[in-house]
Design a protein around this ligand. Structure first.
Ligand code: MCN
Ligand code: CUN
Length: 796
């Protein structure tokens, strides 16, 4: 899709922010230089599990360029050695008693330049006493397993939580009486969001004013500020968090990392600004990973393919600290959505969380807080059922999809899907890909294969249908450490009719400066070029919880529309006074109020703005100027959905998978900027190919991380991606002011299952029902050789 003119409102237009990005004029944390700035570096643990016997920092402190060395002992004097995680656990900022994963933060050096800081790390002498490590979640609860969190009073095992949802008795009853039951163990392996820009911060504490300014590439500046105030006891009005341009977040930049806290303490201790910027390996080894869900899926169905119930048992690996950065009250996030897009009689899930000697985290990576795992599981299970019933997977899905007249639909786990027309989306995707034609070609190919002709690669077609739940969220259901999920917006129209919008969400590449200007443009008829969007600075923007869970459009987009409508109403009063008519006699058309039945008699927004700031006599009680504020508390989540079809060619001899085609029909309600939406989908589809075929953070038995660089942690490139074929349906969200639903994570949620289903469909002649991601050539080859591999197992 290409953009033409700048639309006054919705439509494809080029991103305003790209004017600086494509010229290399972005302003990222690492671009910022402050006078007298010092540089911090983190010393990390080489062991996955070890007792710290001693830490000797004398030699490092003697380094001529080192200004300070901070250890957990230093932090303990400030009561900061441990910090709360966003999941109501605690995490060591710098380890004092034990290290609990490889790469854990042990000490922080502040030096005059970053090279000296790194050099000095080697001068710190830490004596470790290695302990046995638990790397596999399935062994974490074994009686003899080493206890990782012995810092917690009375803790004698690695159990974190048990959580369940759905009606167990009803579900069990259906399973007991169903004609067909299929069961499969499905792993969603540990992967990493791996944003191009790694995490980093600059802390600048001004001793005179007591003001602490933190430049940090966080997705949630306001939440960070409040958490710093609560945890460190710093006065909130004296903290300013600035998120400058961000080079990708994908969930990796939601949480608070020890490096940020160390930079802050470093600045307080030295009285100088301190910058901390992690490198690639630090990012991959120590910051929020994603998934690591061991799932047992069960589906109960009738013999003719009517799905009746789904039951799931999950073992959730949360690493050494429960540091999932997610805003729900549920330890498994939005995993409730494992019922997918289907009309079920009952559903039940049971999730057990455990500690392991691996980096903390657990949700991040375009995850919608565990919907990625849920969507993958249910779509894999539907294919497993199709395999057993010898039914076409498209037909099986069509038979079970929710029907348009069932919306709003209350799912068996209690979630209300707002709107949808699922069969239409699936029909469109199947038609676009030419489903029956490809099946015919495939059948002929299989016949040749059966006849002994093994020369050509095998074609596979994989389908996935997903329902997403985004836009956290109704304040009563979701919070971060007690902070409710509502977001503010402020809009001011200047006297000359140009405007500034201030919002609380934070773009990491999603194009907010463009799309939010477009929302105002649509509501007020001002060109998006004339609307400045300000975000990412707690001193300049209203409070709100930031960008993740594709919540910006559902929440902040709604706030923007509401605040613009407030301004429009004020403009109406001003126009009434200007035209000397009652406001009841006025009618709106994009950009102007005019007198009903007399369209020539009207006032444009620019004229109204000037008058609102002028000497015009306004009615009693009406304030002048043209501005408004609002706080939007969403009544429900929005539920975007989509139908994906992937076509692959698999070479059973080499295990090589080539994604030949990918059709994605997405419905995210009304699209503000279709070009940006398509860009979001392209990115998510590439993510899906990456996770399905190559991405994996692996560990050996001792807990050594084997995915600590881009040589080992493989990301998809244009080489692995086909030319995407996108389609669109529009089912507006009934409760959102402009009918939009979020889309930023849809394709990452929906696409892995399509790719995996396609590969397994290709391998059907080999009788392979399931194999776990990533389906690397080696994994496919091994599956073909009849020895399914489990990439979660320690690699020997
Ligand atoms: N949009 C639209 N019409 C809609 C829905 C969205 O035009 N109906 C536009 C929005 O206005 C916005 C973009 O699409 O410009 C994404 O909107 P939304 O779905 O609301 O998602 P967020 O802005 O909240 O972004 C968060 C989401 C998440 S959680 C991850 S993870 C992810 C993603 O966005 N990380 C990204 N996409 C990313 N894209 C980039 N380039 N970089 C990341 O780090
Ligand atoms: Cu879960 S990754 Mo996005 O919500 O920032």
């Amino acid at each position: 899709m290409t953009a033409t003119d700048t639309p006054i409102g919705y439509g494809s237009m080029k991103r305003k922010e790209d004017a600086r990005f494509i010229r290399g004029q972005g302003n990222y944390v690492d671009d910022i230089q402050l006078p007298g700035m010092l540089h911090g570096a983190v010393l990390r643990s080489p062991f996955a599990h070890a007792r710290i016997v001693s830490i000797d920092t004398t030699a490092a402190e003697a380094h001529p360029k080192v200004v300070a060395v901070i250890t957990g002992a230093t932090l303990a004097t400030l009561n900061l050695a441990w910090m709360p995680t966003l999941s109501y656990d605690t995490q060591a900022v710098l380890a004092t008693d034990k290290v609990r994963f490889q790469g854990q933060e042990v000490a922080f050096v502040v030096a005059e330049d970053r090279y000296a800081a790194r050099d000095a790390l080697e001068l710190i002498d830490v004596e470790y006493e290695p302990l046995p490590a638990v790397v596999d979640a399935r062994k974490a609860l074994d009686p003899g397993a080493p206890v990782i969190r012995d810092d917690k009073d009375g803790k004698t095992d690695n159990h974190i939580f048990d959580w369940s949802a759905g009606d167990k008795a009803k579900c069990d009853g259906i399973f007991a009486s169903s004609e067909v039951v299929v069961t499969e163990d499905v792993l969603y392996p540990r992967v990493h969001p791996a944003p191009l820009e790694t995490c980093g911060a600059i802390a600048d504490f001004d001793k005179v004013t007591g003001k602490l300014t933190i430049w940090c590439n966080t997705q949630a500046p306001h939440a960070h500020r409040t958490v710093y105030a609560m945890v460190a006891g710093l006065p909130e009005h004296k903290i300013r968090v600035i998120s400058p341009d961000i080079g990708g977040g994908f969930g990796n930049k939601v949480g608070i990392y020890p490096g940020y806290v160390c930079a802050i303490v470093g600045s307080i201790v030295t009285g100088k600004p301190v910058k901390w910027m992690e490198d690639r390996s630090e990012n991959l080894m120590s910051t929020s990973f994603a998934r690591d869900y061991h799932m047992k899926g069960e589906v109960a169905a009738t013999r003719d393919g009517r799905i009746r119930a789904v039951r799931v048992t999950v073992l959730a690996d949360h690493g050494a600290f429960n540091g999932t950065a997610q805003p729900t009250k549920y330890p498994a996030g939005f995993f409730h959505v494992f019922t997918g897009s289907y009309d079920l009689e009952a559903a039940y899930c049971d999730v057990k969380g455990v500690y392991t000697n691996k980096a903390p985290g657990g949700v991040a990576y375009a995850c919608s807080f565990r919907i990625t795992e849920a969507a993958y599981l249910v779509e894999r299970m539907v294919d497993v059922l199709a395999y057993e019933l010898k039914m076409d997977p498209a037909e099986l899905r069509m038979k079970n999809l929710l029907k348009p007249d069932q919306f709003p639909y209350l799912s068996p786990t209690g979630w209300e899907y707002d709107s949808g027309d699922y069969p239409r989306a699936l029909e469109m995707a199947l038609e676009k890909v030419g489903y029956s034609d490809i099946r015919e070609v495939q059948a002929a190919q299989r016949e040749r294969w059966e006849a002994g002709d093994r020369t050509s690669a095998l074609t596979g077609i994989g389908i996935s249908f997903f329902t997403e739940a985004v836009g956290a969220g109704p304040r009563k259901h979701m919070d971060i450490l007690g902070l409710g999920m509502a977001d503010g917006a402020e809009l001011r129209v200047h006297p000359t009719g140009k405007a500034v919008l201030r919002i609380s969400v934070q773009s990491q590449g999603q194009g907010h400066e463009t799309t939010y200007a477009q929302i105002v443009a649509e509501e007020l008829g001002i060109s998006p070029d004339d609307i400045e969007v300000v975000h990412g600075d707690t001193d300049q923007t209203p409070f709100g919880l930031g960008t993740y869970g594709s919540r910006s459009t559902p929440v902040s987009g709604a706030a923007t529309a509401v605040v613009a409508r407030k301004v429009r109403e004020r403009a109406k009063i001003v126009a009434g006074a200007m035209l000397e008519v009652s406001t009841e006699d006025l009618e709106w058309e994009k950009g102007r109020w005019f007198v009903k039945g007399d369209p020539d008699k009207g006032k444009t927004m620019a004229e109204i703005a000037l008058a609102a700031h002028g000497s015009l006599e306004l009615p009693e009680g009406v304030e002048g100027h043209l501005d408004a504020t609002t706080v939007y508390n969403p009544p429900n989540l929005t539920y975007p959905f989509g139908a994906y079809v992937c076509v692959v060619d698999v070479d059973p001899v080499t295990g090589q998978v080539k994604v030949r085609r990918f059709v994605a029909v997405d419905d995210c309600g009304v699209r503000i900027n279709p070009m940006i939406v398509e860009g979001q989908i392209h990115g998510g589809l590439a993510d899906g190919i990456g996770m399905a075929l190559m991405e994996l953070i692996a560990f050996d038995e001792d807990g050594n991380c084997l995915g600590g660089s881009f040589m080992d942690y493989l990301l998809p490139t244009a080489m692995e991606c086909p030319s995407w074929e996108l389609g669109e349906t529009v089912t507006p969200s009934p409760h959102h002011p402009i009918g939009a639903k979020g889309v930023g994570e849809s394709a990452t949620v929906g696409s892995p299952a399509a790719v995996v289903n396609a590969v397994l469909d290709a391998l059907k002649p080999y009788g392979i029902r399931h194999a776990d991601m990533p389906l690397t050539p080696a994994a496919v080859w091994r599956a073909v050789q009849g020895s399914p591999i489990r990439p979660d197992l320690a690699i020997t």
